[in-house]
Design a protein around this ligand. Structure first.
Ligand SMILES: [Zn+2]
Length: 274
């Protein structure tokens, strides 16, 4: 079971191809015996044709079949018998790895397409090229590729404890690792040190890369690290972070959803000490 993002410019949708239909942050899926299934082209396309925004976009090969992004617009999500619309964010922890990768790619492309319609340099309407994934301005030639905003996320440990924080935007009781976007001119390590200092007032050392993940909400690349506590006392910024503390493995708060980079970092920490 795999997903490969090879963009086939000659591909045309076939009846048994897989569809990632996006409408207002939701994806069209079917829950079946604990698995989350995606619809096929033949079952979806006739039901959604009138809501289509732009041409179907070839996303890649999912489990041996081509898969397609259908970007949908309109006040209401079109009904497709046997399927339901679920928030894409909640699906990332329910999909298997291949589907999660395909969904991340489709959502990123959806976001890019919606936000590159006009040239930021001269204001003209852009056109998506057939030959590659790029929106080109016909007036000034500016190219708009799908891009991601890099964000650093870090699991900070102190002895047998881990630093977790509750952000104002989180659900009640949920604590996560610290994260922040890379600022202009910064390296990933500089972002990490700055964000930790700004959000909780401590210093860290022994920064190590762990893993990265596309997080298309709306278009982040999460770069995961671990680091060790060096000095200082927790003092939250009160703006983004409401409260933060050191937690032992035996008294953990509600953790972020499975499938997120934050959860990968916490699980990785838990497993390394088993
Ligand atoms: Zn232009």
């Amino acid at each position: 079971m795999s997903f490969s993002q090879i963009h086939d410019v000659n591909a045309r949708p076939q009846a048994a191809d897989t569809v990632l239909a996006c409408w207002d942050g939701s994806l069209l899926v079917r829950q079946n015996a604990g698995a989350v299934e995606l619809p096929l082209w033949s079952g979806v396309e006739p039901c959604v044709a009138s809501s289509l925004e732009g041409d179907p976009l070839h996303v890649g090969q999912l489990e041996g079949r081509a898969c397609w992004l259908l970007s949908l617009a309109g006040e209401q999500a079109p009904e497709v018998q046997g399927f339901e619309w679920l928030p894409a964010r909640s699906l990332m922890g329910m999909f298997d790895e291949a589907k999660a990768n395909a969904a991340a790619c489709a959502l990123s492309l959806n976001w890019w397409r919606k936000r590159s319609r006009y040239c930021g340099a001269c204001g003209s309407q852009t056109e998506v090229l057939d030959s590659e994934r790029v929106a080109r301005c016909p007036s000034c030639g500016q190219m708009y590729y799908p891009t991601a905003s890099a964000a650093v996320i870090v699991a900070i440990t102190r002895g047998e404890t881990i630093l977790l924080a509750h952000n104002k935007g989180f659900r009640a009781g949920v604590f996560s690792t610290l994260a922040g976007f890379v600022d202009a001119g910064e390296s990933l390590e500089q972002t990490l040190v700055r964000e930790v200092r700004e959000e909780v007032g401590i210093e860290v050392e022994d920064i190590e890369y762990v893993a990265s993940q596309s997080w298309p909400f709306p278009n982040s690349l999460m770069v995961g690290f671990r680091a060790k506590y060096k000095s200082g006392e927790i003092c939250v910024d009160g703006k983004e972070i409401e409260t933060a503390d050191w937690f032992s493995r035996y008294h953990l708060p509600v953790l972020p959803v499975k499938g997120s980079m934050a959860r990968v970092l916490v699980d990785n920490w838990l497993q390394r000490r088993l």
